[in-house]
Design a protein around this ligand. Structure first.
Ligand code: PLP
Length: 482
């Protein structure tokens, strides 16, 4: 593709993207496709001859666009709602063109040092001490994996050289988290060779927070049984309800017991930028490591996970391995080579989008957007509370509301589950909004998550109207559960 052609297609794509970002509402949030539709619409083999870019784009419009789930739609209220903001999109465009591979300082001084600068800015905005060194990974799952790998490195002598298998000197190991922690913790212990049984899930209280007393007791019982506790994962902003584990108490236990504390603040961490919300993070500054995902609630296009660690030397001890062909003179002089702080060798220029997003919005702009999202969630929560046909199923500390319809007294739990599942399907089928679900204490629960920059009170109001309309509609059509 020569430069003239690149310009022509590039300008056309910028037009397409600008329209898309301005008005994703022209599309249904969830696509109306069946499994296999996309695969069947495309040839089974790659073309032998190159094709015109016009033809490729025509197929993008015809086949792929109708099968997109529109995370950039302001009616997207599922999982954790996110935003690929315009400055972030432009940064990704540039990053692709520059194709930096920041494994070594030498292979991209700019990407290496910008990562340090932008993570330093974010750390300071969230009020974390400078002792936390940062590194960018793709996702929180990978950040948590690195945290627990470092915990294993710190606690099990010689694990890097000898591994775990066939060692009579290493008994059973244990990692602790709340029953509401994200499944990435499970995956990490599995991958680290600890075995899934090494993860002990601590019961939560009636507000879905890990019970610190139960944690302390579990550690004590394990030690008495000859099991070696390694680490605790506490969550600020759990996946289902955004509940907040007691981080301060957990940190005290970890210090007393000599355990690695990893704080999963993947979703909620950015709210520490807002002074009124800072107290929710009390004690996280005592952690050994923390994960915060700018791709969740910091308007940064997927993917970018910020991993902060007080003991990055342990991460390096676990992961640094420099073959001859990657040894550099600057390395010997002490520059940071990002390949040393993780499993990946090659690394994308992810810091560019974080830097551009932070500069474009400024701390004030980001705080204002976060505060507005929380306001909208609290408003929706009040509508739920004030309508006797609905009930709130969990507290709303951030921007996610957990609720269900309870259209008449006397329905069984099973009937309520079926009713709510139908209601969710009906509302999502409108294409105007998308809400997701979870299960709490066995009950099917709807979740409305706010996090898109273009989501306004009008969108949240529309979601509320649709829920009520379909509740009534279901009654009139006699489609109720009984
Ligand atoms: N931690 C929490 C609290 C989450 O809610 C999620 C996903 O939503 C994750 C970790 C995993 O995030 P990622 O997709 O970045 O791996």
């Amino acid at each position: 593709m020569d430069s003239a052609e690149f310009r022509r297609h590039g300008y056309a794509l910028v037009e397409w993207i600008a329209d898309y970002l301005a008005d994703a509402e022209r599309y249904p949030v969830l696509p109306r496709v069946e499994p296999g539709d996309v695969r069947r619409a495309l040839p089974a083999e790659a073309p032998e001859q190159g094709e015109l870019f016009e033809t490729i784009i025509a197929d993008f419009d015809r086949v792929l666009v109708p099968a997109l789930t529109h995370w950039n739609h302001p009616g997207f209220f599922g999982y954790f709602a996110i935003t690929a903001s315009a400055p972030g999109v432009l940064a990704e465009f540039l990053a692709a063109a520059l194709n930096q591979q920041a494994m070594l300082w030498r292979t991209s001084p700019a990407a290496t040092e910008l990562e340090e600068v932008s993570l330093g800015w974010l750390r300071s905005l969230m009020g974390l001490p400078d002792a936390f060194e940062g590194v960018i990974y793709d996702t929180a799952s990978i950040s948590t994996l690195h945290a627990l790998a470092a915990a294993r490195e710190a606690a099990v002598p010689g694990v890097r050289e000898l591994g775990l298998a066939g060692r009579p000197d290493v008994g059973a190991l244990r990692v602790y988290c709340s029953e509401h922690a994200h499944s990435s913790v499970d995956k990490a212990v599995i991958l680290l060779g600890l075995g899934h049984h090494a993860l002990r899930k601590i019961p939560a209280d009636d507000q879905f927070r890990m019970q610190a007393t139960a944690l302390g007791e579990a550690i004590k019982a394990d030690r008495a049984a000859g099991i070696l506790p390694l680490a605790v994962v506490a969550t600020v902003g759990t996946t289902s309800t955004t509940s907040i584990d007691p981080v301060r108490e957990t940190a005290d236990i970890c210090r007393r017991e000599g355990l690695w504390l990893h704080v999963d603040a993947a979703y909620a961490g950015v709210t520490a930028m807002v002074p009124e919300y800072r107290s929710r993070f009390d004690g996280w500054e005592e952690a050994d490591s923390i994960v915060v995902n700018p791709h969740k609630w910091l308007f940064t296009p997927f993917d970018l996970s910020a991993f902060y660690c007080r003991r990055m030397d342990v991460v390096r001890q676990a992961f640094s391995l420099v073959p001859d062909y990657l040894a550099t003179a600057e390395g010997a002089r002490g520059v940071r080579n990002l390949m040393d702080t993780g499993i990946q060798l090659g690394r994308r220029f992810r810091s560019l989008k974080l830097w551009m997003v932070l500069r474009h919005f400024g701390a004030e702009g980001i705080r204002a957007a976060i505060v507005e999202h929380i306001r909208l969630a609290q408003l929706f929560g009040r509508w739920i509370d004030e309508d006797s046909r609905f009930e709130r199923m969990a507290p709303t500390p951030f921007s996610v509301v957990c609720f269900r319809a309870s259209p008449e007294p006397g329905l069984t739990d099973a009937e309520l589950d079926v009713f709510n599942e139908r209601l969710l399907d009906a509302v999502n089928a409108t294409g105007e909004v998308f809400l997701s679900h979870t299960r709490l204490n066995g009950a099917f629960v709807l979740r409305l998550a706010i996090g898109h920059l273009r989501t306004t009170e009008q969108h949240v109001g529309r979601a509320w109207e649709l829920l009520k309309e379909h509740l009534d509609g279901a009654r009139v059509r006699g489609a109720r559960v009984r």
